[in-house]
Write a protein that binds this ligand. Structure first.
Ligand code: FCB
Length: 449
């Protein structure tokens, strides 16, 4: 048996997102978001579930914070719903929206838990979507106005800020693959959305510095790993394209001020798609940030196959265990991603802002959930985190996804990622075995393996 100790100042947290947990979608002046529209459109979400009630955290946040306190985390990542602050996206601030997050932040601080705020976790005000959403550069200005309003409101109390969660999902998953709101299937549109999101990120960071807001600011990308199945050049290139689409397309602009040129060329020649770069955009996007957030869930093996997807790359099944999302359990890929970030982008501090697993949980009559597979998933990923730290990767913290089962976007409520089980009939929360496991890891500052 070996003992894996994490650094004393390592940040242990959990993560959630506004639309996935809050409910109360019509309360206190909140305006509709694209996720209200999407989830109320029949056929878009499994079982036609929606976030109207979700986990009702809007009313039960004190209970959630009590769960966090018992878990022993020192940080909690949550997102602010833009349509609570500006119900129409722009215009007048809704003070009741700010009040809600003020209450949450105060309670967290009282409990000794650092709030980590994500500004955009996908709930774009519908009014902005009606004018083109992220395809329209006016949305960028609206975002900066929203960001600065929130920065000023919580300056000094929130020390860790994330501009965007997963621009790959915001752009390609939502506007090219059509799986998430607003559900478009247009590659040029998706590339525009990604670019405008990046510009909005850069402008918000610039504003953060100009205002002298205290604390750190960064962005969260969902990175994954496609390992080439063979060393044949065509397989190497196919895997590289897929990786670059997931990773470099978002990492390079933010951290180097460029797009990966080979992919720009590929988009242009294979798809007739251009990146809508305006003068000054790349400098704006590359504003220095304090950390990079990584959401990591899975990886795969890929090889060349003509006509397969955008990049002629097909996944090869090599016998990985799968979660209930059908995602491969591939913990070494986390190590590969972390090492790659260090190699490619130097010493930028890294936080894993999401990692976790979905399994079919069963609540026993005495309200327990024996989620041994989830524990195994976490254990294996902690081992890789530790391995990365040992090899010199500046990994500063880890946020488990998620504190509680919640509205899993297009999958509705059937896909559970929580450390706590949510009973959607009663809205009671029941800590699972994985919660106790994580609590012990945090309390011990590490684990025996
Ligand atoms: C990520 C999202 C998060 C959650 C997990 C499972 O892509 O950021 O909201 O749904 O996946």
């Amino acid at each position: 048996m070996a003992r894996l100790d994490f650094p004393k100042d390592f940040v242990w947290g959990t993560a959630t997102a506004s639309y996935q947990i809050e409910g109360a979608v019509r309360e206190d002046g909140r305006g509709p978001s694209i996720w209200d529209t999407f989830s109320h459109t029949p056929g878009k979400v499994y079982n036609n579930d929606n976030g109207d009630v979700a986990c009702d955290s809007y009313h039960r946040y004190e209970e959630d914070i009590a769960l966090l306190r018992q878990l022993g985390v020192n940080a909690y990542r949550f997102s602010i719903a833009w349509p609570r602050i500006f119900p129409q996206g722009t215009g007048e601030v809704n003070p009741k929206g700010l009040d809600y997050y003020r209450r949450v932040i105060d309670k967290l601080l009282e409990a000794g838990i650092e709030p980590c705020v994500t500004l955009y976790h996908w709930d774009l005000p519908q009014a902005l979507q009606d004018r083109g959403g992220w395809n329209n550069r006016e949305t960028i200005d609206a975002f900066v106005r929203y960001a600065e309003t929130v920065f000023k409101a919580f300056d000094g109390r929130v020390k860790m800020w994330i501009t965007f969660n997963e621009l790959w999902c915001v752009s390609f998953l939502s506007n090219y693959l059509g799986v998430h709101a607003p559900g478009n299937t247009d590659l040029q549109l998706a590339v525009n959305v990604a670019h405008h999101g990046l510009v909005a990120h850069g402008l918000a960071v610039r504003r953060f510095r100009e205002l002298g807001i205290r604390g750190q600011i960064g962005i969260t990308h969902n990175l994954s790993w496609t390992e080439p199945y063979t060393t044949k050049p065509e397989d190497l290139e196919a895997a590289r394209r897929l990786r670059a689409w997931n990773n470099e397309w978002f990492m390079e602009p933010v951290l180097k001020g460029t797009y990966p040129q080979f992919l720009v060329d590929w988009f242009r020649s294979a798809q007739g798609v251009e990146v809508p770069i305006q003068p000054g955009d790349m400098e704006t996007i590359a504003q220095p940030i304090d950390f990079i957030g990584i959401n990591f869930y899975t990886g795969n093996y890929g090889r060349y196959k003509k006509g397969e997807g955008l990049f002629h790359c097909e996944e090869v099944q090599v016998g990985f265990e799968k979660t209930f999302m059908d995602w491969n359990v591939y913990p070494e890929a986390l190590y590969k991603v972390l090492s790659w970030v260090k190699e490619e982008y130097g010493g930028i501090p890294i936080y894993i802002t999401e990692n976790g697993a979905c399994y079919e949980d069963e609540l026993t009559p005495d309200k327990k959930v024996h989620d041994a597979k989830r524990i195994e998933y976490y254990r294996k990923h902690f081992i890789q985190c530790h391995r990365a730290i040992e090899s010199g990767v500046p990994l500063k913290g880890y946020f488990a996804w998620s504190l509680l089962d919640n509205f899993e976007w297009a999958e509705g409520y059937r896909k559970r990622f929580g450390l706590c089980y949510t009973d959607y009939e009663t809205l009671a929360r029941y800590p699972k075995d994985s919660y106790s496991f994580y609590r012990k890891v945090i309390a011990d500052g590490g684990l025996d393996v």
